[in-house]
Design a protein around this ligand. Structure first.
Ligand code: P6P
Length: 331
């Protein structure tokens, strides 16, 4: 049998952590369970006409919830039941989420989650994603965790990853020793290793940015975009614009094929739109683990010291040489 399931892979890699007693392995398994449930819900989203729109009561007399609410509740349920996590933060919740599972108070880990990023794309059948980060708690196991357990810089991450619900459902994660991708085989209900040891190309042909905001970009970004579009006859510069408007989908394509993803400051979002804790830190961790770079324009994203759960930062992330080129213009 040539397949390696996520569960088998996690156990195999547990040897990388001599002091690990399996808690992180079980936490990652719990995330995989939640992802499979959300994948099932996302893939029947198109049937809401039959199952009933959000806010309505479906044929079974149940309230139809928005998928991002279902996603949020599913991850909280899976991590509370799993007992390895003491506190969470979610893009869907203003404040931290204290987990009250039987073993949660002793949980060693903290999880930040964007349960369904890009959810506005669901009803037009565009790929969406879940993004997660895992930190070690700072407070003593057995005591009450608090927001200080959550507000940790990306350079303290234990693990991070995403699930992309696209033409297939993939889970991509890293525990700091490279990036591995798993594709869900619905016929056996298992994530199977399909993209071992992902390395992002140092160069790429794609730049991803919402040029609808071009009138508000900083000068350096405007100049970079001018450069990237100039048709240099000698090299017939090969760049293409690719922007789905769903960060996980844009990031995943650029991770595999090479490219740069940019969300700069704009007038309406002076710190950019993307959230540090739920989008920028986990994706920056993966970008770096795959050999790429990620920067706010003034510092490495993973070195930003968070001050507030929902704070936003500008981001330039992806292929090493492309990020460096953008940063040259931003200086
Ligand atoms: P804009 C989705 O709402 C999201 O948070 C990311 O997934 C995506 O990259 C970004 O916002 C798109 O933002 O302003 O270009 O529509």
């Amino acid at each position: 049998m040539s397949i390696t399931t996520l569960g088998q892979f996690i156990i195999e890699k547990q040897q990388d952590f001599p002091f690990a007693k399996g808690e992180l392995s079980r936490l990652l398994r719990d995330i995989g369970i939640a992802a499979k449930i959300i994948s099932r819900e996302v893939n029947k989203a198109g049937l809401t006409q039959i199952l009933g729109e959000y806010g309505s009561v479906n044929v079974q007399g149940e309230d139809v919830k928005k998928l991002d609410i279902i996603g949020n509740e599913t991850f909280i349920w899976a991590l509370e039941k799993g007992g390895e996590v003491c506190i969470m933060a979610s893009e869907e919740n203003d404040d931290v989420i204290h987990l009250n599972g039987e073993y949660s108070k002793k949980g060693k880990y903290v999880v930040c989650i964007d349960p369904l990023d890009g959810s506005s794309n669901i009803d037009v059948n565009v790929s969406i994603g879940t993004i997660f980060s895992v930190y070690r708690r700072i407070s003593e196991p057995g005591t009450d965790a608090d927001v200080n357990d959550v507000l940790q810089a990306g350079n303290k991450l234990v693990a991070a990853g995403y699930v992309v619900y696209g033409t297939s459902t993939m889970l991509v994660y890293s525990t700091g020793k490279g990036v591995n991708g798993f594709t869900l085989d619905p016929s056996i209900g298992e994530f199977c290793l399909s993209h071992p040891d992902i390395k992002t190309p140092e160069d790429g042909k794609v730049y991803s940015i919402n040029e609808g905001n071009a009138g508000e970009f900083p000068q350096g970004i405007t100049e970079y975009l001018k450069w990237v579009k100039e048709s240099d006859k000698a090299t017939s510069r090969p760049y293409s614009a690719r922007y789905i408007g769903s960060m996980v989908a844009d990031f995943h394509r650029n991770l595999l094929k090479g490219g740069v993803f940019i969300y700069p400051p704009t007038a309406k979002a002076p710190n950019g739109k993307l959230r540090l804790m739920f989008e920028c830190i986990p994706m920056s961790f993966l970008a770096e683990q795959a050999g790429g770079l990620s920067n706010t324009g003034s510092q490495r994203v993973l070195d930003v010291e968070p001050t507030e759960i929902h704070q936003r930062v500008p981001v330039v992330m992806g292929s090493k040489n492309m990020v460096e080129k953008v940063l040259e213009y931003m200086k």
